[in-house]
Write a protein that binds this ligand. Structure first.
Ligand code: GRF
Length: 180
């Protein structure tokens, strides 16, 4: 399975996928990394692992569809069969998603269907849940919806901060994404 990874930032999940590939734990090959943000930290991880990478900056397109078309072209040219969203902060259009049926997966930092969207850890602590976690799921046109592939549960603690919780959840994201 040839995979394309889309990122927008730090790229720690990308790093966990690269590490798994290097250690022979990934039943797939990362053939392309695309960032919509120029100079995203995660690009350095592709560079140092000699994985093909490119920037497709959404700001350089007249509209979202043209941006999606450029992504599609780059991914198909690279021979990608599966797309892994790893901290990719753009919403893909319905047309793009339809071209990749059950071929786009995402990592989300909560136990879906709870806490869709942003600021998941702040909201989990505010709600007083005892457990939160992370989810790998297929992507559907509605954001943070779609069949669940894998989840990891992370306990919350009385003295938690969103930052501490985010770090513990992130560690589990790094465990389950390569397993998916
Ligand atoms: C992760 O918490 C992921 O769940 C969310 O965005 C964050 C990306 O982190 N979708 P990184 O860029 O992989 O370090």
């Amino acid at each position: 399975m040839r995979i394309g990874v889309l990122i927008s930032g730090r790229g720690s999940n990308l790093q966990s996928l690269i590490k798994a590939q290097l250690e022979g734990r990934l039943s797939a090959e990362i053939v392309m990394v695309i960032s919509n943000v120029p100079n995203a930290e995660g690009l350095k991880k592709a560079v140092s692992s000699k994985i093909p990478h490119q920037v497709i900056n959404h700001n350089e397109f007249a509209n979202a569809k043209e941006f999606d078309d450029a992504l599609h072209k780059a991914l198909t040219s690279a021979g990608a069969e599966l797309i892994c969203l790893a901290g990719f902060m753009r919403i893909l259009g319905d047309g793009f998603i339809a071209k990749w049926p059950n071929r786009i997966i995402n990592v989300h930092p909560s136990l879906l269907p709870s806490f869709k969207g942003l600021h998941t850890h702040e909201r989990a602590l505010e709600a007083g849940v005892c457990f939160t976690g992370c989810t790998i799921h297929f992507v559907r046109p509605s954001v943070d919806e779609g069949p669940i592939i894998l989840q990891a549960v992370v306990p919350t603690f009385p003295d938690d901060t969103a930052e501490k919780l985010a770090n513990r959840v992130l560690q589990q994201e790094h465990v389950i994404y390569p397993l998916s």
